[in-house]
Design a protein around this ligand. Sequence first.
Ligand code: NAD
Ligand code: TYD
Length: 353
Amino acid sequence: MTKRVLITGGAGFIGSNFVHHWCKNHEGRAVVLDILGYAGNKENLAGLEGQDRFRLVKGDICDSQLVAALLAEEEIDTVIHFAAESHVDRSILGPAAFVQTNVVGTFTLLEAFRDRWQTQGKPADYRFLHVSTDEVYGSLEADGPAFTETTPYAPNSPYSASKAGSDHLARAYFHTYGMPTLITNCSNNYGPYQFPEKLIPLMCLNILLGKPLPVYGDGQNVRDWLHVSDHCAAIDGVLHQANPGDVYNIGGNNQVKNIDIVHQLCDLMGELAGDLPQPPRELITFVTDRPGHDRRYAMDIAKIQRELGWSPAYDFATGLRQTVEWYLNHRDWWQPLLSDEYKGYYDRLYGDR
Ligand code: NAD
Ligand code: TYD
């Protein structure tokens, strides 16, 4: 059956990549609900506005009246929930917004969807897919085994704690009400449309602008990087193949130290960017570590590989090169984002360290 989906946070990095993926691969109505905050950008959805099947609604997931009205008016049967405050550093500076959007916002959506699902007679094909992170599992030792779906939660930042809270609510709605929720926990994404305060785009832009490349601590922290297209394909697979109540880890089988990524980006930019203000590696600056900085994340993806047949398709060298090329070819996308709010955030970040 053709689905009528509500995609929250669909103007952000992963959400917008998913909306493009969805509209390319599926029929049916696609409604985006996004507050269009600093990380939400209409430009990420360019080319879709004007299509009958697509609608962008500017609004807050914490607004219960708006959410209920939208679910009813658009006859939504599927929610894919990306909307969140998503940046660990911002959560350290101001955790309140993270509790509000990530916990209260997710609760508001779950309640509205429960009401709709119940009043429609609990249709078996309704789904609420909650998109979450590997950060809920806490931090791994340098050589310990990767996170599995049964690793106990141990979040260390206000961001990951708020995501953990929202995961628990999604889980509880399945166990308590039988509501068909699904949860995906994914590792670090990279690719087009990522807001330039996250590691990879930040380094690319700072190299272009001749600004310092701030590497936190000793640069030996490890993340498991996945191309955003692979994440979108995995979510699609979970939505269509998983059983209600299921949880899947998603990752790239691709553990890389931060300093190694920064070196790779310096070399790619040196090769692809033309004249630069300064040799990129000279810009590397080790700065005071992030408080509570998780040492290592790594995802065991055996379950999704075995049960749903999904595996990451991108290799990191190719994906990183394409991402660098994308930022080089889309100055008109990122230049307007370097706003006063963006600069103010950096003043606060480094003022506090
Ligand atoms: P993002 O910050 O780029 O996008 C988040 C979007 O949500 C933005 O468009 C923003 O405007 C919107 N939003 C924020 N508050 C809102 C509110 N109250 N109401 C409506 N919309 C609101 O984040 P992202 O990197 O695309 O992450 C998307 C989801 O994926 C998040 O739930 C995040 O926790 C999860 N995730 C991200 C990564 C990653 O590496 N980026 C990895 C795993 C999971
Ligand atoms: P980030 O992109 O913020 O993702 P997350 O904290 O969710 O993993 O950061 C990725 C890694 O890079 C993380 O270990 C922190 C580090 N980092 C830096 O060293 N310098 C930076 O300027 C940023 C933004 C991140």
